[in-house]
Design a protein around this ligand. Structure first.
Ligand code: FAD
Length: 429
């Protein structure tokens, strides 16, 4: 049995290791055009800022893959022949498979802006982008980044760390307000501005201007402004990378369509991670999940399915964490997801740098947002899973607190403030 995995991101490697654990004798080949060895994509920014070496972003030593008997191929797959169960590679000819996993990740959105293909214009997704950034930052004094969200702010921080002045064009009226509630979103607006970046809300990129040599020298916005710059970052989100299967008979929607065991309709072909779109069997909304831990979870499930187990993916309780400049952000469960009856208790420190939000429906906790402090993942998840009453959570909030120093200083204040809001919320008798 020969399993071929396209993509060596978190999804591909988790699947490969799971298959190896369950099927010691099978042949496993993992192909990636980007790099021979798996590395941590979220760590790209730290390499650029000099906080980590590239070698430190690889969770496994290079010798590990040989020990696991997982063959690594550095190449781009250009075609899938489903009938012959054969892949065509850009450099290395063809490769036959018995089972094929597509774990091709995402790609940066490019919305056809005039000038998007000029030099000194780039997204931020992979090692090729990182290399481009090292070149593009040379001599750059001003950059314009179009598109808020998590990758936009990372790129802004990376450039800011090199002394490049950043203008940030954000379509929304407040930063990432399609995901964050108003208080958290306002907090991010503030920290971006206080860091000395020029945040332009409700502003869209219209055109990138050519300096006459094929490089960007300015952008034009829908506010009739022209902003001079030597670098343009395009970070308007990502989409599943379905390029390889486009035009093939493997079904796609926004991503590669799979059932909840991560099987496509094509025989022996599976897809998982950022590139996969899970079809709702009831005909409802399909699921796309494009974060690290869901790639890991899906990789594990698809590895087991390929190895012969009958399992299906359970997305569990939503979790995400990120950093906005120096501000830590964690979210657990459902926050700002327009759940009917959703109510929030919010505490925000007077300095505008710490926030706790607990979301509940009819007194049962469904989610947490934490800004500038950390709560324990396991504890919050357990309370959400057990549908704990808000009163219970307030009484036991100390158990979630991660930082003893923060606890000593603010715990009483937080609980008091949240309790007071709970009393205000209670319907009159
Ligand atoms: C800058 C950045 C920061 C991020 N930070 C966070 C974070 O803090 N927290 C978080 O949860 N998530 C974060 N993410 C998202 C997270 O990295 C992704 O969800 C995750 O990497 C998806 O894993 P994957 O294995 O599905 O795909 P990927 O990691 O994208 O891997 C796909 C691989 O497939 C290969 N490939 C694609 N097509 C082909 C082909 N035709 N032939 C050969 N190889 C091919 C690519 O070379 C690539 O290596 C970040 C993403 C970016 C870009």
């Amino acid at each position: 049995m020969h399993v071929v995995i396209i993509g060596n991101g978190i999804t591909g490697v988790t699947a490969a290791l799971r298959i190896r654990a369950l099927q010691p004798d099978w042949k496993i080949t993992m192909i990636s055009g980007e790099s021979t060895y798996h590395y941590s994509r979220p760590a790209l920014m730290y390499v650029f800022m000099g906080h980590m070496r590239y070698a430190d972003t690889k969770p496994y030593p290079d010798s590990f893959w040989g020990e696991q008997r997982i063959e690594l191929v550095r190449d781009w797959v250009t075609e899938i022949d489903k009938g012959r169960q054969r892949l065509t590679l850009h450099r290395a000819g063809t490769l036959d498979y018995d089972a094929l996993l597509l774990a091709t990740g995402s790609k940066s959105n490019m919305f056809g802006w005039p000038g998007q293909d000029l030099g000194r214009v780039q997204g931020l997704y992979d090692l090729m982008d990182l290399r481009r950034l090292y070149d593009n930052v040379q001599g750059a004094r001003r950059a314009v980044i179009a598109g808020g969200g998590l990758i936009g702010i990372e790129l802004a921080e990376m450039l800011h760390s090199r002394g490049v002045h950043v203008t940030f064009l954000v379509r929304e009226a407040s930063y990432w307000n399609n995901v964050l509630p108003p208080e958290e979103s306002a907090m991010i607006n503030r920290i971006i501005t206080e860091a000395g970046m020029d945040l332009r809300l409700e502003t869209n990129l219209v055109e990138i201007v050519d300096d006459g040599t094929g490089n960007a020298c300015a952008v034009k916005t829908d506010k009739d402004e022209r902003i001079e710059c030597q670098l343009v970052g395009l970070t308007a989100g990502v989409s599943p990378n379905i390029d390889l299967v486009a035009g093939s008979e493997i079904e796609t929607g926004r991503g590669i369509l799979v059932d909840w065991s991560l099987r496509t309709k094509a025989a022996h072909i599976y897809a998982a991670g950022d590139c996969a779109e899970l079809v709702d069997p009831e005909g409802g909304r399909n699921t796309l999940q494009q974060v690290w831990y869901t790639g890991k979870l899906q990789g594990r499930v698809v590895g087991e399915v390929i190895a012969g187990r009958e399992v299906s993916y359970d997305p569990g309780i939503w979790y995400n964490s990120a950093k906005f400049l120096d501000l830590e952000y964690q979210t657990y469960g459902r926050v700002n997801m327009r759940v009917p009856g959703e109510q929030s208790l919010v505490w925000e420190h007077a300095n505008g740098l710490h926030l706790v939000r607990i979301v509940h429906v009819a007194g049962r906790v469904i989610g947490f947002n934490l800004m500038g402090l950390r709560y324990r993942h396991k504890v919050c998840e357990q309370w959400i899973r057990e549908e704990r009453e808000i009163e219970y959570v307030l009484e036991h909030l100390v158990e979630a607190n991660f930082d003893p120093e923060f606890f000593v200083r603010y715990e009483d204040e937080i609980v008091r403030a949240l309790r007071a809001q709970l009393t205000e919320e209670a319907p009159a008798a």
